[in-house]
Design a binder for this molecule. Sequence first.
Ligand code: AMP
Length: 475
Amino acid sequence: MTTFSELNLDPRVLKAVEDAGYTTPTPIQEGAIPPALQGQDVLGIAQTGTGKTASFTLPMITLLSKGRARARMPRSLVLAPTRELAAQVAENFDVYAKNTKLTKALLIGGVSFKEQDLLIDRGVDVLIATPGRLLDHFERGKLLLTGVQIMVVDEADRMLDMGFIPDIERIFQLTPFTRQTLFFSATMAPEIERITNTFLSAPARVEVARQASASETITQGLIYFRPSRKDRTAKEKREMLRALIESEGDKLTNAIIFCNRKTEVDVVAKSLKKHGLDAAPIHGDLEQSQRTRTLDGFRDGTLKFLIASDVAARGLDIPNVSHVFNFDAPSHAEDYVHRIGRTGRAGRLGTAYTIATPNDDKYLAAIESLLKTEIPRIEAPGGATPALAPEAEDEPKREARSRSRGGRKRKDDEAPKPDLAEAAPQDAPDQPKEPREDRPRRGRGNDRRDDNRVVGLGDHVPDFLLRDFKVPAND
Ligand code: AMP
């Protein structure tokens, strides 16, 4: 087995790694560090949680330890899609570069330009930034990228989701052709492939096993129910969430609750608070100071429930989360694995519950096909369904099928209609381009789904009863 001491890292870096308690490199570190130290470009296909941050920070610190920074000309650049991820990379730098004299600056939205300009003016070795903020600085003439020797792009697939690829291309073009590029993505979408073909030069390709399966230490469960009426879906899901939380009792020490939309994140947080639970939201529309406070509170145990969107929570390294709840089934199957992977970390036990209604059948089918297994169906806690409608009696077969396999494969033209009343631009902590979670999906249209059935009216429901209207944002 390879150890860190065999990787030719600078002794000061090695000491910091030892102090952090690590002796054995993870597969992405073992694969990426040697070519990176040799000055080669690296294409790392790895997800968060694999140790990929150290796989680029350790060789960078080693390579940069010779040489000095010049005013306004950073020697290296790390691009991350969200402020939190950029801040996390910066924390990693602090840990691993603590025995060196390297300097760094973090350029993220929500922090004053003045403070950041001062740092850059003095000259920094490592500049860690979100793409939008970096370009803002560049356009204000405060920054030159012609001294960048090493450029890192982290979480490229998330950059793609957030519409940052044109910015990334522009930044690539502003840096010297001779730079070394370390590029990381969890998946290789065609657009990502194109970028790497254009901007990387004969990269060492290091791929670590995709995390298509959930950790065995996580107990999963799916609570599937049919809302009494379509316009009561969100409210009844909130009731179900509270019942679940209550039924877990002392087993639940803290939890992350995921929603698909920022507006829903706010509503759920507000509703839980109203019901006396210690909850706070995190998403890209909130002030940076509030986001930082909320995350710090959750990390140090003073906040029990973190309500989050995928983007805001992506890649966050928060140990000791006992529960994850999917208030909404994620519309991208891979997000399910990411979400529930927030619990059951490092061999600890965790619980992940997903709340779903027939609207989620398509998503559930995609998730279960990725997992190659069914998410176990569990009963609603303590019979928490008095407010919920009984199954439509004239449809026993379909319902039974949905229950047994977590949702039949729905035809495209049956896909659920987006709830426009609740849709809002999705998290893009810096410069949202095209919201992913709220992007209208193909195939969604004017379907009158059978879950619009109104109990007691049989098949003949007057059309006006089926019209959408906005649901009040708090219950
Ligand atoms: P990352 O994928 O970079 O977000 O890292 C996930 C977690 O793994 C972080 O908490 C790191 O501190 C931790 N980590 C990084 N390298 C190692 C290693 N070689 N052995 C064990 N844990 C590590």
